[in-house]
Design a binder for this molecule. Sequence first.
Ligand code: ATP
Length: 199
Amino acid sequence: MQLKTIKLSGFKSFAEKTKIELQPGATIIVGPNGSGKSNITEAVRWVLGEQSAKTLRGQKMGDVIFSGAQQKAAMNLAQVSLLFDNSDHYLDVPYSELEVTRKLFRNGESWYGINGQECRLKDITSLFMDSGIGADGFSIISQGNVEEVFNSTAESRRSIVETVAGIFQYKQQKKTAETKIVKVEDNLSRVNDISFELS
Ligand code: ATP
């Protein structure tokens, strides 16, 4: 799988429609301080399902919408699309190309889509969760992340490895199943009590 294209419009400093084409291999983005390099990685993280405005260096999610600059009025919509080449079917979907889009309107309304079809945020997060490239998948290492990993506890370091290995989602499913088992056992015990009283 390869990230082929990043399309942005109204996202942070990218007011105009911008298309970034990535070739196979390493891509290095260079530019002066404040020119928007980090905004590009944040755009990718945002589409992959990032829900924390703080992680995107904002106070609230609306801060990702272009807020205006000299001779350019603020915009009402931030929109980013990522186009993946999925011809190796690394992502478990029947598409060999996958375009994932996220939009946020100034009124707080959101829109998520896969190949032009509206979907839920959950569809996007679960699509990427087991691939290890989701918003929390450490496929994006921000400034300060490396120190954070070194300074974290053994337990949270383990959870990082589990997330990257794609087993985090199975742990989540196991937790949900265990909660259901406890509920069923409770219900069974109530049924036994009632049947004992009736007999
Ligand atoms: P550095 O090399 O210093 O890390 P950078 O190239 O990574 O810089 P970014 O941090 O990506 O730059 O971009 C910062 C710029 O983005 C700032 O000029 C900031 O004003 C602008 N910016 C951030 N959010 C918005 C927004 N919502 N609307 C308009 N501009 C924004």
